[in-house]
Design a binder for this molecule. Structure first.
Ligand code: SF4
Length: 84
């Protein structure tokens, strides 16, 4: 069974493109200048995962990150070791 998705928005990175709120308006609200705020605590139920993932992937400045559900840390890309 998969863990619930958890996201975080770094408002210092947000550049006001407003894309996230178009994809997932239940999770992102925009101020008068289209800068985003996260609605709620960032927990995303399975049914909303696709829309929120689209918002995350389409954010031009990568201001939205998925946190590891257990540790609440950003999910780092897998690093490979060249040795075998
Ligand atoms: S898509 Fe990214 S840059 Fe645009 S409003 Fe949302 S968080 Fe900010």
């Amino acid at each position: 069974m998969s863990e619930p998705m958890k996201i975080k928005l770094d408002r210092t990175l947000c550049d006001g493109f407003g894309i996230c709120a178009r994809h997932a308006p239940e999770y992102f609200s925009l101020d008068d200048w289209d800068y985003a705020s996260l609605i709620g605590d960032g927990t995303v139920p399975e049914g909303d995962r696709d829309a929120v993932t689209r918002a995350l992937l389409d954010c031009p400045v990568h201001a939205i990150v998925e946190l590891h559900a257990k540790k609440n840390r950003p999910v780092a890309p897998a690093t490979e070791t060249a040795e075998s």
